[in-house]
Ligand binder design. Structure first.
Ligand code: PLP
Length: 393
C-alpha cells in the first residue's frame, strides 16, 4: 500500500468526499489505481479530459514548452498566448472578439461579472435555479444551491434566481438595475438539464432589446462535450460574454472569458499572475488542434446517440429519465445515486453525481465504442440490483 491516501487525509483539508482510490496513471478513457486495478473513466476529471488521459500530442506540446518558457506575465507578449487568443476567437461564436485568460472556471465567471458591471454601470444579475458557476464569492453568489452558500453569507448582493427554461419568469425578474443574464446552455452540476432552443432564442432577443448583457457559462459544455465545439452553437447564440475552462487545455488548469465588442476593460481593471502563461497556452493550442483534427464534437454527437440507443433507459424501472446531449449524460434515478456510484466503482466504472438523484457521465470524447458497451452493460447490472434499490431508499 502506498501512504498517499493516509497523507492526503492527514495533511489535506477534508473538503472532498474521497472515493477511496489512489489513481496513478491514465490512458485515453482508462485509469489505473495503485493496486493495478483498471477503471473506465466516465468522470473525465469532472468534464476536463475531453481528449483522453495522457494524450500524446498534448503531453509533447507541454514538454516542449516547459523546456522553453513556462511563465510570462501578460505585461509581455508571448507567441503561444497570441496564437491561442487568435484561435479562441476563431472557434467561438462570431460575437466574441476579445478574451481574458485565467486559470479556472470560477475565475472566468468572476471576470465576466466584473466586466458586466464595468460596462453597464449596473450591479444585478439574473441567474437560473439549479445553475452552478463556481465557488469563489462572485461565482458562488451566482450559483443556486443554498447548501454551497449557506455558511458564507453575506455573499455579493443582487443575484436573482428564476426557473430554468421559463422565459416569462426571467422577463419578469429584470429591473433597471439588471446588468446581465447568466446561464448555462446545459446545466451540468444541476443535474444535466438541457436548455431549450426556443427559450434561449427568446432570452437572447430580449437581452438585446433591453440592453442587458447575455453571459453564457460554457465551462462544462465547451470544447466538443455536447456535440458542437460550444453548446451555444446548437442554437446559434451570440453571447456578449462567454466563460470557458475545464476541457480547454487537456487537463492543465486554464479558463477564459470571451467578450463581444460591447465589452472593454482597460489597464488595471482585472488581471491574473498565472493567466495566459505559455505552458497552459501551449497545452490549449495542442488540445484544440487535437479536437479539430479528430472531429471530436462530431464523435461526441455520434457516441452520445449510440449510448442513448443502447442504454435503453425504458428497460430499467429504477431510471426516471435519461438526459443526454453529446457525451454529457445524466441518468436520473428514482432513488439516491450514492450506492450505485459505489457499486459501479467496484465493477470498474467511475461516474460522478449531479445532485443526489442523477448519475453523471462525462467520458473522454475519444472513448472507444467497446468501452462504452462495457459501461452500458455494467450500468444495467448495477441498476437492476433490487438489493441496492431497497438500501438506498
Ligand atoms: C458551468 C460551470 N461553471 C463554473 C464552474 C467552476 O469551474 P472550476 O471548478 O474550474 O472553478 C463549473 C465547475 O463544475 C461549472 O460546471
Amino acid at each position: 500500500m502506498t501512504p498517499f491516501a493516509e497523507y492526503e487525509d492527514r495533511f489535506g483539508l477534508p473538503l472532498f468526499a474521497k472515493r477511496g482510490l489512489t489513481l496513478i496513471r491514465g490512458s485515453n478513457a482508462l485509469l489505473w489505481d495503485d493496486q493495478g486495478r483498471q477503471y473506465i473513466d466516465c468522470t473525465g476529471g469532472h468534464g476536463v479530459v475531453n481528449i483522453g488521459h495522457a494524450n500524446e500530442q498534448v503531453a509533447e506540446a507541454i514538454a516542449q514548452q516547459a523546456k522553453k518558457l513556462i511563465t510570462c506575465t501578460c505585461s509581455f507578449y508571448n507567441g503561444q498566448r497570441a496564437l491561442l487568443l487568435k484561435k479562441l476567437i476563431e472557434i467561438t461564436p462570431d460575437s466574441l472578439q476579445k478574451a481574458f485568460l485565467c486559470n479556472s472556471g470560477t475565475e472566468a465567471v468572476e471576470a465576466a461579472l466584473k466586466f458586466a458591471r464595468l460596462n453597464t454601470g449596473k450591479s444585478e444579475f439574473i441567474c437560473a435555479r439549479r445553475g452552478f458557476h463556481g465557488r469563489t464569492m462572485g461565482a458562488l453568489s451566482a450559483t443556486f444551491n443554498p447548501q454551497y452558500k449557506r455558511d458564507f453569507e453575506p455573499l455579493v448582493p443582487g443575484f436573482h434566481f428564476v426557473p430554468y427554461n421559463d422565459f416569462e419568469a426571467l422577463k419578469q425578474a429584470v429591473t433597471e438595475k439588471t446588468a446581465a443574464v447568466l446561464l448555462e446552455v446545459v446545466q451540468g452540476e444541476g443535474g444535466i438539464h438541457i436548455g431549450q432552443r426556443d427559450y434561449f432564442e427568446k432570452v437572447q432577443t430580449f437581452c438585446r432589446e433591453q440592453d442587458i448583457l447575455l453571459i453564457i457559462d460554457e465551462v462544462q459544455t465547451g470544447f466538443g462535450r455536447t456535440g458542437k465545439m460550444f453548446a451555444s452553437q446548437h442554437y446559434d447564440l451570440q453571447p456578449d460574454i462567454m466563460c470557458v475552462a475545464k476541457g480547454m487545455a487537456g487537463g492543465v488548469p486554464m479558463g477564459a472569458t470571451l467578450c463581444s465588442e460591447k465589452i472593454t476593460a482597460g489597464s488595471g481593471k482585472h488581471g491574473s499572475t498565472f493567466g495566459g502563461n505559455p505552458l497552459a497556452c501551449a497545452a490549449s493550442l495542442a488540445t484544440i488542434k487535437f479536437i479539430e483534427e479528430n472531429r471530436l464534437p462530431e464523435k461526441a454527437r455520434e457516441k452520445g446517440q449510440y449510448f442513448k440507443e443502447k442504454f435503453k433507459a425504458n428497460e430499467l424501472p429504477l431510471v426516471k429519465e435519461l438526459r443526454q446531449i453529446g457525451l454529457m449524460i445524466g441518468i436520473e434515478l428514482k432513488s439516491k445515486t450514492q450506492p450505485f456510484i459505489q457499486a459501479l466503482q467496484e465493477r470498474g466504472v467511475l461516474v460522478i453525481p449531479a445532485g443526489p438523484m442523477v448519475l453523471r457521465l462525462l467520458p473522454p470524447l475519444t472513448i472507444e465504442y467497446e468501452l462504452l458497451d462495457e459501461v452500458i452493460e455494467i450500468l444495467h447490472t448495477v441498476l437492476n440490483n433490487e438489493q441496492r434499490i431497497t438500501n438506498s431508499e
